[in-house]
Design a protein around this ligand. Structure first.
Ligand SMILES: NC(=O)c1ccc[n+]([C@@H]2O[C@H](COP(=O)([O-])OP(=O)(O)OC[C@H]3O[C@@H](n4cnc5c(N)ncnc54)[C@H](O)[C@@H]3O)[C@@H](O)[C@H]2O)c1
Length: 367
């Protein structure tokens, strides 16, 4: 087991700060360097954390040449696969930010590289570390619901279009679907156990991002070229159906709660903070939880007490710590591609189906 981990950061924008704050709390981690393609950005980032002596690079290869044990890949979405694959090829373990990638092809490339190199590749879905998310998974997997045949996951923001690299297609690849939609998908699929999607019928629109009344490209720092609303019906190999809805902006408080319908029971997870304009994403918080069952022929509704909620910072710490522990022990990936590739296949299917205006087949190739 490694005593001290040597860690690097690839891409030093917004979320890299959250990664760094966690690493700096860990006595067994040394930050060995950071890189960003924007000149001076990695240097300024390290200086912000008073890491003035730690080297900064504009070329990831120079960071990899320091042979860190692991890197956090915190680039925008379209660069995840390139950076993750390059790092793994050089024998470096990778904590990659969500979503895993944009397209299924990219995710397949990452999965194959992981398989070939044997490095750790984990995808950064921190809500998984929330106690209430874990309880939802346990309730669904307990068997109390019987056979789960339908899931709805909704949520979404009423006014929550981010700016910068999130709204430009060449950088983000997709909009609300990849930014917050992937959390809803992970919540649903992690609860039921990842299954193979086979078809997707989807719709996406950009009415708010393209309307200066709701989104100012100058203030938002980017011409809007992605989706701000998306919904899809996804069918899985075993007959399960997922009704998915997500939005960055709409004239509605929520696109609904998350519902699991089973032959013996149902579970409702209320949308988190639908009253807040920016609330409603499944990125950590969950609303009230209700279980529906028949007891002795009587339909009952049980309010399930929530666990004392960790705050989102704790989830983030746990996600980064889980990666470090895996690197130290060469242990299994905490959130492996074997699970998330299904999530990514759905995102890819939604992109293709909404562009084609028709249902598409989903085929995950052999890895
Ligand atoms: N887990 C979370 O809670 C959370 C929150 C926000 C963002 N994210 C994810 O984190 C990622 C980054 O988001 P952000 O808000 O930090 O974006 P950002 O635009 O602020 O930062 C991305 C940085 O990566 C750099 N970069 C791009 N390509 C690169 C490359 N090939 N090599 C080195 N650097 C490169 C960019 O120059 C930029 O500085 C996105 O995938 C996003 O979905 C996750």
């Amino acid at each position: 087991m490694k005593e001290k981990l040597r860690i690097g950061i690839v891409g030093t924008g917004g979320i890299a700060h959250a990664h760094m704050r966690q690493y700096l709390q860990m006595e067994d981690v040394e930050i060995v360097g950071a890189s960003d393609i924007i000149p001076g950005k990695a240097r300024a980032f390290l200086d912000e954390f008073e890491l003035n002596k730690v080297p900064a690079f504009e070329n990831n290869e120079k960071l990899y040449a320091l042979e860190p044990d692991g890197v956090s890949v915190c680039t925008y979405n379209t660069q995840h696969h390139t950076c993750a694959c390059e790092a793994m090829e050089r024998g470096i373990d990778v904590l990659c930010e969500k979503p895993m990638s944009v397209t299924l092809d990219q995710a397949v490339q990452m999965a194959r590289t992981q398989k070939k190199t044997g490095r750790i590749l984990t995808i950064g879905f921190q809500p998984r570390y929330g106690e209430n998310m874990q309880m939802i998974k346990h309730l669904v997997r307990s068997g109390e619901l019987g056979h789960v045949y339908y899931i709805q996951t909704g949520g979404g923001r009423r006014r929550g279009i981010p700016g910068r690299t999130f709204v430009q297609k060449d950088l983000a690849g997709v909009g609300c679907l990849a930014d917050i939609g992937c959390y809803g998908l992970d919540m649903a699929l992690n609860a039921v156990g990842y299954r193979k999607p086979v078809t997707v019928s989807a719709y996406a629109s950009d009415y708010f991002g393209k309307n200066p009344k709701y989104y100012d490209p100058i203030k938002g720092k980017g011409e809007f070229s992605v989706d701000d609303f998306t919904c899809a019906l996804v069918r899985f190999e075993d007959g399960l159906v997922l009704d998915f809805r997500m939005s960055w902006a709409m004239h509605m408080d929520t696109m609904g709660d998350t519902l699991f319908l089973g032959t013996e029971g149902g579970l409702k997870v209320k949308s988190p903070n639908p009253d807040k304009l920016w609330g409603g994403a499944w990125d950590g918080g969950v609303g009230e939880i209700y279980l529906y069952k028949d007891i002795d022929g009587n339909p009952v509704e049980v309010h399930v007490p929530k666990k004392d909620e960790d705050n989102k910072q704790n989830f983030f710490f746990k996600k980064v710590r889980a990666f470090c522990d895996a690197v130290k022990t060469n242990g299994p990936s905490p959130i492996p591609w074997q699970e998330i590739i299904n999530n990514q296949a759905i995102i890819d299917g939604i992109i293709r189906s909404s562009a084609a205006h028709e249902e598409v087949k989903v085929v995950i190739p052999e890895i």
